[in-house]
Write a protein that binds this ligand. Structure first.
Ligand code: SF4
Length: 371
């Protein structure tokens, strides 16, 4: 039954194999079958190297993936209550998937289509932040991510059904004279991919902007939408990737393509003195943006045994609270890298990162930047 290629029949598990009855009832797949099919769908979604050449195929796969992700009944209800009828793939859903595939952009044979789009050349041609902010939403270098963002924007969730999703790469945001740059991982599918502004419209943003407001670097604590009146003082917000990735996991190739924009921001923000990286991926992206290795790191202030900490190869290791001097062109102010846990719910709900910890990092950055 299983065949390779798009339109894989095994994804039709939603209606069950012909002639077979599952233990959960007619038309409803058994739990194991559903799990296997979901794993298959996820694996397809991740291992889609061939799709890099074909955004249409990628869009289709993701639309199937999203439909497959929606369970028809909870595992518990399989045993305790009659299962709900299996969700069928309707002609309407298929038409929707086709629309999304068409929206995935020009065909790979086109000169402007990914992966031929040279982000480094395009970014280098931007003489100002304004030009760069206008360029980024037009980027199509990563078919997998572009298709995913478009599918999320087309599918919408009930909660945001009435909203127009941004669905494009998200540019940086903030003060062009910034002394502090904050670098996150990538837009959230229902956050910045919906609103078009980094850390806007989700819990991570609520946490970050509330802290920026507390330390006097943001005009307001809430960040709900572009044009909500929020302004930043001396701060610019950026990210390692500008398109929302499935499972929050961009591939190394995607991060490499997208680093071109971060590099350009670093060059255009002439007054920078501090870069705060949120999480290990942003830390890595930032270090890779510098041609020479960073000098020896300073241990975090909380390190209990400074002598031990000093022996680690810390210059390339992420550690919350650690600071690293970064190389800079002659004539420009010294630049310091500061590590901070990411403001994701995974960290803030578990207490790994508390408001007080983030305030401390921001206050330290403010002092270093003389803001
Ligand atoms: S992740 Fe970056 S490089 Fe890739 S398509 Fe989005 S904006 Fe372009």
């Amino acid at each position: 039954m299983a065949t390779k290629g798009w339109g894989r029949p095994e994804l039709l598990f939603l209606t069950g194999p012909p002639g077979e009855k599952s233990s959960a009832g007619r038309g409803a797949p058994a739990r194991d079958e559903r799990q296997a099919a979901r794993q298959d769908a996820r694996q397809d979604a991740r291992q889609d190297a061939p799709d890099k050449k074909d955004p249409h195929r990628a869009a289709f796969r993701y639309s199937w993936y999203i439909m497959a992700k929606k369970p028809t009944a909870s595992p518990a209800s399989d045993e305790k209550a009659p299962p709900k009828p299996a969700r069928k793939v309707t002609p309407g859903a298929l038409a929707k998937a086709r629309t999304v595939a068409e929206a995935a952009g020009p065909s790979p044979s086109s000169d402007t289509a990914a992966p031929g789009f040279d982000t480094y050349a395009a970014a280098a041609a931007c003489a100002s932040l304004t030009a760069l902010e206008a360029l980024i939403p037009t980027c199509s270098a990563c078919p997998r991510l572009r298709s995913y963002c478009q599918v999320v924007a087309a599918e919408k969730t009930k909660r945001f059904a009435s909203e127009e999703f941004w669905g494009r790469p998200v540019p940086g945001f903030g003060d062009p004279d910034a002394r502090i740059l904050i670098v996150g991982l990538a837009p959230a599918a229902l956050g910045a991919n919906r609103t078009g502004r980094l850390f806007t419209g989700d819990r991570s943003g609520d946490f970050l902007y509330a802290a920026l407001h507390r330390v006097g670097l943001a005009s307001q604590a809430q960040s709900t939408a572009r044009g909500d009146g929020l302004t930043l003082r001396g701060v610019y917000i950026s990210a390692a990737g500008r398109c929302a990735p499935p499972d929050n996991r961009p591939t190394p190739e995607e991060l490499t393509s997208c680093r071109a924009f971060l590099l350009r921001e670093l060059a255009l923000l002439k007054n920078l003195r501090v870069v705060i990286v949120l999480g290990a991926i942003a830390h890595e992206a930032l270090l890779l943006s510098f041609p020479t290795p960073a000098p020896e790191a300073e241990p975090p202030a909380s390190a209990s045994t400074p002598s031990k900490a000093a022996k680690r190869p810390k210059a390339v290791k992420f550690a919350h609270g650690a600071t690293f001097p970064l190389p800079r062109e002659p004539g420009l102010q010294a630049l310091t890298l500061m590590d901070c846990y990411h403001v994701s719910q995974q960290n803030t709900f578990t207490g790994l990162l508390t408001p007080a910890m983030l305030d401390q990092v921001l206050q330290q950055a403010r002092t270093l930047a003389q803001l």
